[in-house]
Design a protein around this ligand. Structure first.
Ligand code: 13P
Length: 279
């Protein structure tokens, strides 16, 4: 069933686990995530980068995500990931997203607060809530990381913006980590305490050692994003099937294998964040 960001985050908060938020890119990755969620009886988020909301891709992909979410027998939220402009946010709402991330982390604190607050209000007019970001979560290829999220600033940010959940910088980054990251677990606890328990979001969920993930979930991470691992699994599955001389030429037949590989990854991540059996 299609649910809102608030509804799905509330389930995680009550159960002390994290919702896995998978970046999806095509019908096959949508199918893989929903199959995994149903098999594991897990609530999940399917999210898209703003570049996928243009007329060329969004026109086909967003209705597929919505149809899959509505048909699913477990709670599924359709979320915009890293929305950075008003146009991107309007597009996502128009395509039926039930959760919006506004990422104003490249701006000054004041500007981030002002923009986020405005998008919370705009999205609120259609009952959609917002994930904010404080502390810019960059890429593993960046020369340096931004300063980690400050608990006192997070408290002020949450109070002034009214976000439903907050993405934080605690040693995480997007992409393939060059060496396994060490997350600042004490900071997660401190941000939770300072904000009165705002649900926190971990971006860059691909390649973080399992023990680190378990520890941050215990400390208050309630949504973990997984993008790179979805892409790698899909590419790996496609490569394997293309190398099989006996494979079928029919696209729907040979796509079964990449779907299975992504589904297996999704099952592993669902279990890792403790979402299995929570639907
Ligand atoms: P990865 O691609 O590193 O898993 O990060 C995904 C993400 O955080 C999307 O916002």
């Amino acid at each position: 069933m299609l649910v809102s960001l608030k509804e799905i985050i509330d389930i995680a908060e009550k159960g002390n686990f994290a919702i896995p938020a998978f970046n999806v890119y095509n019908t096959e990755t949508v199918m893989a995530v929903v199959k995994a969620a149903e098999e594991m009886r897990a609530p999940v988020i399917m999210q898209v980068y703003p570049r996928l909301l243009n007329q060329e891709v969004g026109y086909y992909l967003c209705p597929a995500i919505l149809a899959a979410a509505k048909k699913a027998t477990v709670p599924v939220c359709f979320h915009l990931d890293h929305g950075a402009t008003e146009v991107e946010i309007h597009r996502a709402l128009r395509w039926g997203a039930t959760g919006i991330m506004y990422d104003g982390s490249v701006h000054s604190f004041e500007e981030n607060v002002e923009n986020t607050k405005r998008f919370v209000e705009i999205c609120g007019t259609v009952d959609v809530t917002v994930e904010g970001e404080l502390g810019h979560i960059g890429s593993v290829n960046d020369d340096a990381m931004d300063e980690f999220t400050d608990p006192a600033e997070a408290a002020e940010f949450v109070k002034r913006t009214g976000v439903t959940c907050l993405a934080v910088l605690i040693g995480n980054a997007h992409g393939h980590y060059k060496k396994p990251p060490k997350l600042d677990i004490e900071r997660v606890k401190a941000i939770r305490e300072a904000t009165g328990g705002i649900p926190l979001v971990l971006h860059g969920g691909s390649g973080i050692p399992d023990e680190e993930v378990k520890a941050v979930v215990k400390a208050g991470i309630r949504k973990m994003n997984i993008g790179t691992d979805v892409c790698c699994s899909f590419a790996e599955g496609t490569k394997e099937i293309l190398e099989d001389p006996n494979r079928s030429l029919a696209i729907d037949m040979f796509m079964k294998h990449p779907i299975e590989v992504v589904k297996k990854l999704a099952i592993d991540k669902i279990k890792l964040v403790g979402a299995d059996g929570k639907a």
